[in-house]
Design a protein around this ligand. Structure first.
Ligand code: ZN
Length: 264
């Protein structure tokens, strides 16, 4: 019977792979589209607008092809409630964005994906004709990736770097040059200017959530931000509450009083 009462709020069962796939799909459309488009990408929809935006090219396109769209939407909403993605408004249009936390996870996924792709190429001696796909990627991610390439101390990456270097922007060209020099003669560890702080590089994927303790702006006390409150705040695209319930009430009371006075 306990099970029945628990299933009042339907929580999808999420695995690490689900989180990564949804973030990957979100990466193709953040700040351009909202929840329903993300669901369509994950479903592998052939809708015209989706194809026009080129969203069928993303690696997670069709990841949930055999799930019902309501179920996929639940998963997308889980990502919002659990602070990987957030809703922001462009006029009246709700759009999806990465949260800081979600972006750290996605950026790391991107770095690992690139590194395994490159490792595959050199392991199997695949001739790489063009490096144009490396251009216009997020700068922090590219610098993190270059540091990872340096970390391997694998000189087989040099020809790929040399192929990539001339087509990218000055800052990236310089960083690539540093990595090439390092791979020719590795000493110490290479740190590239502008790469994310080590503390901001990896985030554990937390699949279970608890209430959060927030600090009140007015009285400075800590207060509980319950899971159900987090859910509703995040689904509305609101920032976390700034005041504890008491101060919130107090503020409201004062506002009412002011209203009363202004009537006299
Ligand atoms: Zn307070």
């Amino acid at each position: 019977m306990a099970k029945v009462s628990k299933s009042l709020s339907v929580e999808p069962v999420m695995q690490r792979e689900d989180v990564l796939a949804i973030l990957e799909a979100a990466d193709s459309l953040v700040s351009r589209a909202g929840r329903s488009m993300l669901v369509k990408v994950l479903k592998g929809s052939r809708e015209k607008k989706l194809l026009e935006l080129g969203l069928n090219c993303c690696d997670a396109y069709g990841y949930y092809a055999d799930r019902h769209k309501d179920e996929v939407l639940e998963r997308v909403d889980w990502m919002i409630k659990n602070d990987y993605l957030s809703i922001g408004y462009s006029g009246d249009m709700p759009l999806l964005y990465f949260t800081d936390y979600g972006w750290i996870v996605q950026r790391e996924q991107g770095v690992n994906r690139l590194l395994s792709e490159w490792t595959d190429w050199v392991d199997h001696q695949v001739p790489v004709l063009s490096m144009s796909h490396m251009k216009d990627k997020n700068r922090e991610m590219i610098l993190m990736f270059l540091e990872k390439v340096a970390e391997t101390q694998d000189a087989r990456f040099i020809p790929l770097l040399e192929k990539w270097q001339p087509i990218d922007y000055k800052k990236v060209r310089q960083a690539i040059g540093q990595v090439i020099a390092y791979l020719k003669d590795p000493k110490g560890t290479l740190e590239l200017e502008g790469s994310p702080h080590p503390m901001m590089r990896t985030a554990d994927i937390v699949l279970t959530r608890s209430s959060e303790r927030l600090k009140c702006w007015d009285c400075g006390d800590r207060f509980e931000w319950s899971i159900s409150e987090q859910d509703s705040f995040r689904m509305q695209g609101w920032d976390p509450p700034k005041r504890c319930p008491e101060c919130r009430e107090e503020k409201q009371r004062r506002r009412l009083e002011m209203g009363d006075f202004s009537d006299f």
